[in-house]
Design a protein around this ligand. Structure first.
Ligand code: HEC
Length: 142
């Protein structure tokens, strides 16, 4: 009986030590993973840079950096884009008739479902709205 108790205590101590080693090993693994994950992040950065080098003229680049072109084309400016949203060639002049507010207000607080979540997720600064307005004004004049 007495030795049973001793074995029990021994087993307990061993389990404890085992757990200690297990956790310390785990920690070193963690840091190793962190270190090795640095290179994939850099690889990701590189591919993002490549994406930004798509052939959008600098004066229209704002539509690219703000991801507008992932959903919209602006055919009058020769800009290809996704077709989730309408072609923005005439958005500047059409917006009031279509949505009842001017383009600046629309880009600040859209009245439509998809654009509301786009702008909510990534609001445009006043400068950015102005820049986009100029581009879309130019588009509607072409
Ligand atoms: C996730 C896709 C998506 C992104 C990104 C997106 N839009 Fe839209 N946009 C839409 C859709 C869809 C509509 C149609 C109305 C709606 O459902 O919201 C729309 C409508 C519009 C309209 C109204 C045009 C019309 O004829 O009704 C304008 C202007 C507009 N977007 C500008 C922008 C600008 C500027 C950006 C970039 C800052 C942008 N959109 C980014 C999907 C998108």
């Amino acid at each position: 009986m007495k030795s049973n108790g001793l074995i029990f205590i021994l087993a307990f101590v061993l389990a404890f030590a085992g757990g200690y080693f297990f956790f310390t090993n785990d920690k070193t693994n963690d840091t190793q993973i962190k270190e090795s994950s640095e290179s994939p992040t850099e690889a990701g950065k590189e591919s993002k840079d490549e994406k930004e080098q798509t052939s959008v003229p600098a004066e229209y680049e704002i539509l690219n950096t703000k991801s507008c072109l992932s959903c919209h084309a602006v055919s009058s400016l020769g800009l290809e884009g996704g077709n989730t949203g309408p072609d923005l060639s005439n958005a500047y002049s059409d917006i009031e008739g279509k949505h009842g507010i001017d383009l600046n207000s629309f880009l600040q607080k859209p009245t439509s479902a998809v654009m509301s979540s786009v702008i909510e997720g990534s609001p445009l600064s006043a400068d950015e709205r102005e820049e986009i307005l100029e581009v879309l004004k130019k588009a509607s004049e072409k």
